[in-house]
Unconditional design. Structure first.
Lengths: 245, 487
């Protein structure tokens, strides 16, 4: 039996992604939208209200990357580094290239680099998340993506954490628990919003059952768009945030 | 008996639904010996109309009737007293409309007022309580569990949910447009299941006929979702018994399936694949070969790992006779889907409700019934194998419809005064969507029922008389949805 186990392990080989920061992404992935002028666009086709026609722009904080609006002028590239430290910067405008976006996306902060660059323990709070982002966050720690190699991990208690990762549009019923969790995390701490729902409410924006006061009360350090977020988007976003010089 | 008989994926005239007294419905339901799939209210001016929908799995028929509560009537004799399966439905109805089921044994909040939740309390010298949540140790959704224990032994588990309540049903009513993206986000691990049920319902209401090709592609995606999630859950079960090799290998094997989904639809969970009117992405021959090759590859790894796991004594001893739910209990609670099947209840809406794509396929229903974690683990394995067969057969069928378009433009107008029902067997079990339209074609009520809605109580029964440390294992073997329950 032991030989079977060893054989099984042997046949699996090595499946980790060696270079996460330059990992190739499949062509079909819908990521960073590249916008050009010269096409009549109906704003109302966007189910999340992310699309603005005049001037043309897409708010990645709202966009579910569903591809409903794809046309000659709107092209979803497979570029997956979408994170930003600035909410305003998530709005993609005409003729913006992924490189331009990335350059200004994450502002480096000396104190973050000094404290967290070697080790960052995060507590995840699902505040009415649909389990899409949660599954992808779990996938970050699997053998393919292996986020732990960079010292980034999810821990069981906010007392052990350096920051929170919030997913979901934050329902009324979760508002208290979320704030409690934030207060239980020792300083210095960071807050990361993961997924369109957390950043803007996503497709649940119009719901009357949300309570998003938390986001006005406390500073947010990093926005990671996607619906759900791709593990590569998450890992690269966090990694850039804690190591960028 | 005054019921209107219909089928899955059919619409009827809402005005044809009989209105009878609640006592008559109660006595009918007791005689019928069927399964409840819908029990919900709708405001009609100052009255509340209660719809009761029952399913007969043996002949694949659905029975609908309704009853009116004028504002003066604020209570009725609860159905739960005689049929426990109604317990959660009646709680939900009470919460939404304030009409009280009298003598309900467990009338507690479902989605709101958690601060007033009356917990069951056990008293005694050696009794202690363990409270967990709403935020859990792992990266999962929120919910509160309270164990009543003596030492290590759990006497009862009380599950309080509702933290995820986002009012999804209301948002469907607010937005008159087709809203597939919202349907996908109601329960993010059953993307295809929910979106398929929603799209089928909207197609019914708008009299849109979609191509055979689109129907097949939807079912391929549904089965791939089942394969992916089952593999992931087998890994999670392995992880919870500290068999880390199983956890790692199932984890990376799942990646192969969802990455193929990414190649088909541009999203790892198949978001953006299905729209009302068809599908957005085609599966051509090249992709078809890719899927087949991937499935063969995955099958090899899953077979190997499962076999070794089921030979390892430390795994077997954790799984066998842990979290047992007997067939009688499962039936009484109205359990559905994979969890019910692993307790020996033979229901599967794919085969019971005459879906022509499944009934023509000639695949055997997987069946293994001891009701413990071991049984649920093995059933997942068998369903993976079955789904692989189904996908391959559907891929072969897809070739016959090569020339067909993948989408048709849906009618913008939905038909007035209709009552439509659509059931899809997602990986957890039946996802039921019901829509009622008014005289001006407006959506008046959108009702969703996740399989977890029936099955949460099953988990509470499963952990009774088990060690508290076996809870994670029991929980993962069901892997129920929080947001599907809370909506």
């Amino acid at each position: 039996m032991l030989t079977d186990t060893i054989k099984l392990k042997y046949f699996q080989g090595k499946q980790y992604i060696p270079d996460i920061q330059n990992a190739p992404m499949r062509q079909q992935f819908r990521g960073f939208p590249i916008l050009k002028s010269g096409c009549q666009i109906d704003e109302s086709i966007c189910p999340a209200g992310a699309l603005k026609a005049n001037p043309l722009s897409i708010d990645l904080g709202k966009c579910t990357l569903c591809g409903e609006c794809a046309c000659e002028a709107i092209n979803f590239s497979n570029y997956y580094k979408l994170s930003s430290t600035d909410r305003e910067h998530l709005i993609v405008t005409e003729n913006m290239t992924p490189d331009e976006f990335e350059k200004a996306a994450i502002k480096s902060r000396k104190e973050i680099r000094r404290v967290f660059s070697k080790s960052l323990k995060l507590r995840q709070v699902s505040a009415a998340g649909c389990n899409g982002c949660e599954m992808e966050l779990n996938a970050c720690s699997n053998c393919n993506f292996d986020m732990g190699r960079f010292g980034i991990d999810f821990v069981a208690s906010p007392r052990h954490a350096d920051g929170l990762v919030i997913t979901g549009p934050i329902s009324e019923n979760m508002a208290y628990a979320l704030e409690d969790c934030y207060k239980s995390t020792p300083n210095p701490k960071i807050v990361i919003l993961a997924g369109a729902c957390a950043i803007s409410g996503g497709v649940f924006q119009t719901s009357s059952k949300l309570n998003r006061e938390f986001l006005e009360k406390y500073p947010i350090d990093l926005y990671i768009p996607g619906c759900p977020i791709h593990p590569l988007t998450f890992i690269n976003g966090v990694l850039d945030f804690i190591t960028k010089k | 008996m005054n019921w209107i008989i219909t089928e899955n994926n059919k619409k009827i005239n809402a005005l044809d639904i009989p209105t009878v007294s609640i006592d008559e419905i109660k006595s009918d339901v007791e005689k019928m010996k069927m399964r409840v799939i819908g029990f919900f209210g709708k405001q009609e001016f100052e009255n509340v109309r209660l719809y009761v929908v029952m399913a007969d799995d043996k002949i694949g028929k659905i029975y609908v009737t309704s009853s009116i509560f004028p504002p003066s009537v604020k209570s009725y004799e609860s159905f739960t007293q005689t049929i426990p399966a109604f317990h959660i439905f009646e709680r939900e109805f009470y919460e939404e409309f304030g009409i009280k089921p009298l003598n309900h044994p467990w009338l507690k909040p479902v989605r709101i007022n958690q601060d007033k939740y009356p917990f069951f309390e056990m008293k005694g010298e050696d009794i202690h309580e363990v409270a967990v949540g709403p935020i859990h140790a792992g990266v999962i959704e929120p919910g509160h569990f309270r164990f009543m224990c003596q030492g290590e032994k759990v006497y009862d588990l009380e599950i309080m949910l509702g933290y995820q309540h986002r009012g999804a049903e209301e948002i469907f009513l607010k937005n008159p447009k087709y809203n597939n993206r919202l349907a996908e986000s109601v329960c993010g691990d059953s993307v295809i299941g929910y979106n398929m049920a929603y799209s089928q319902l909207m197609e019914l209401l708008s009299d849109t006929t979609i191509s055979n090709k689109a129907q097949i592609i939807r079912r391929i995606a549904l089965e791939m979702e089942r394969i992916a999630i089952h593999i992931g859950d087998m890994g999670a079960i392995a992880g919870d018994m500290a068999y880390l090799m199983g956890a790692s290998i199932f984890g990376i094997t799942r990646t192969l399936v969802i990455n193929t989904m990414l190649e088909i639809s541009g999203s790892r969970f198949g978001r953006g694949l299905i729209n009302v009117g068809g599908v957005n992405f085609d599966i051509d021959e090249k992709m078809s070969d890719k899927i087949t090759a991937m499935l063969d590859d995955v099958a090899k790894t899953v077979d190997r790992t499962t076999k070794i796991m089921l030979k390892t004594p430390s795994c077997i001893s954790r799984m066998e006779r842990t979290g047992v739910v007997s067939m009688e209990t499962a039936k009484a609670l109205g359990a559905v889907g994979m969890a019910a099947r692993s307790s020996g209840v033979d229901i599967d809406t794919r085969f019971d409700f005459n879906d022509k794509w499944y009934t023509s396929l000639d695949v055997v229903k997987p069946f293994k019934a001891t009701g413990d974690v071991h049984s649920r683990f093995k059933l997942r394995y068998k369903e993976i194998k079955q789904s692989m067969q189904i996908v391959k057969k559907l891929l072969a069928k897809l070739k016959d419809y090569k020339e067909e378009p993948i989408k048709t433009t849906p009618n913008g107008v939905i038909s007035p005064n209709s009552f439509a029902i659509s059931m899809t067997e997602g990986w957890r079990g039946e996802i039921v969507h019901i829509a009622i339209t008014g005289a001006n074609s407006e959506l008046l009520r959108y009702k969703m029922k996740d399989p977890s809605f029936n099955n949460w109580y099953m988990l509470a029964m499963a952990v009774r008389n088990n060690g508290v440390s076996d809870f994670p294992l029991c929980n993962k073997s069901f892997n129920l949805s929080y947001c599907g329950n809370d909506l």
